[in-house]
Design a protein around this ligand. Structure first.
Ligand SMILES: [Zn+2]
Length: 415
């Protein structure tokens, strides 16, 4: 299975570099918005350009002419726009309201050519040559940067520069991934690429979130830091007095900011997972009643699930992806391979089908079921609309290797 991590790293930026990055961002967004305009067709959504190569051929020369950006930044901006347009067209096909994607937030996408990540600094391409920005690494070791970027097991992917206009700080979000040896063989194939594909997400106690592609967001560092904050708070409480009171207020503020940042990063990664796997929809389990369904989840998990969901809902449309919720009865007990549903199938983190002996991580199995349930629902509503039954386009679920489709309801044990 693939494990993906984003390490946010603060950048030390001189005044001159700051100007260069702001100007580069302006030009980058200008390219992305120009590409969005070019690819969008408001009269006929079927005529929108959703192919990266086509968009690049149509616009690349012009944008290179009009801006001072390097080739890979221009291409990055075009690709970002095509992804967003593609997602809008998918949503339009689902009869949702869509409009031409517009980019307004502060970001610059970098790839391996437009940026170089060194041990203590990043070299970033700008409109006026490269800037070398040293990393500002916190003393709380090991940082995500140490664990995922300096770690040989992880492969560097893309990175994005963000700017916080409240603090005036720049940060580089470096995306890495690792492939684990995979005991999970679904044997399914990726055939119907033109069909709609969804990404299922399971929110769980063992991991913060697991995608139907087998990507895990473990949340163990989240737990670790929540506990650290609790310890520090307890110490301050013991001390008592005005100073301790003020220190606790400061700590509370820091903790809230930290949690928010953590969940924003995870939400971004989930949306990226969908985009990179050509998924038009992210499907979550229903959040109502999650407290009751997960009696062993600590309060901060339930809080995190809700925020994470909200952030994904907020971020996904910008990248052309929609977000849905689906009821989750039996998704943890059902075998995603053969459909057999029984409470004995699941034992904590382990899932083992009592019928077909499919053995797999329980959350990953649940994530696939969430995607499959949504796919099945879409399929049936489509059929009932079309009546004739012809021209059905099954909805696929993106899994670890390829996709799978659900071809009908399966019996539940005891039915
Ligand atoms: Zn089974």
């Amino acid at each position: 299975m693939e494990v993906r991590r984003t390490a946010p790293v603060k950048l030390a930026v001189s005044d001159e570099q700051r100007d260069a990055l702001h100007e580069t961002r302006d030009q980058f967004l200008w390219c992305a918005n120009r590409a969005s305009e070019q690819c969008w067709n408001k009269y006929d959504r079927d005529e929108c350009i959703t192919n990266k190569r086509t968009a690049q051929n149509a616009l690349y020369d012009e944008l290179r002419e009009e801006t001072d950006l390097t080739a890979n930044l221009v291409i990055g901006a075009i690709y970002r726009a095509v992804e967003a347009v593609k997602g809008c067209v998918e949503r339009w096909k689902k009869r949702q309201r869509v409009s031409q994607p517009e980019f307004t937030s502060w970001f610059i996408d970098y790839d391996k050519r437009s940026s170089t990540i060194h041990r203590n600094e990043a070299s970033l391409s700008t409109h006026s040559g490269r800037v070398e920005c040293p990393f500002v690494l916190p003393s709380d070791s090991p940082t995500p940067y140490e664990r995922y970027v300096l770690n040989e097991d992880y492969e560097l992917r893309t990175s994005t520069v963000h700017y916080d206009n409240v603090t005036g700080e720049f940060s580089l979000h470096i995306t890495t991934r690792r492939f684990d040896s995979d005991e999970d063989a679904d044997g399914s194939t990726d055939t119907e690429h033109q069909n709609r594909t969804v990404l299922g997400i399971d929110l769980g106690v063992n991991s913060l979130a697991v995608a139907s592609t087998g990507t895990f967001w473990q949340g163990d560092d989240y737990d670790h830091w929540v506990r650290e904050f609790e310890k520090r708070r307890a110490k301050m409480q013991q001390r008592g007095g005005q100073d301790a009171h003020r220190a606790m207020a400061r700590l509370g503020k820091r903790e809230r900011a930290w949690r928010k940042q953590y969940l924003h990063t995870t939400a971004n990664e989930i949306v990226t997972e969908a985009v990179e796997n050509d998924c038009s929809t992210i499907v979550f389990e229903e959040l109502d009643g999650i407290r009751e369904r997960l009696p062993f989840a600590e309060w901060h998990h339930v809080w995190a699930f809700r925020r994470l969901y909200e952030y994904v809902v907020y971020k996904a449309p910008e990248r052309g992806v929609s977000v849905e919720q689906i009821e989750t009865a039996y998704t943890s007990q059902r075998c995603s391979k053969c459909g057999f549903t029984h409470e004995d199938n699941r034992d904590g983190e382990h899932f083992c089908c009592q019928k077909c002996e499919y053995a797999v991580n329980a959350d990953y199995n649940a994530a696939k079921n969430i995607g499959l349930r949504y796919a099945r629902k879409q399929y049936h509503s489509l059929r009932s609309r079309q009546k004739s039954g012809s021209g059905d386009a099954p909805v696929n679920v993106r899994i670890n290797r390829g996709t799978m489709t659900d071809d009908g309801p399966r019996p539940i044990a005891g039915d």
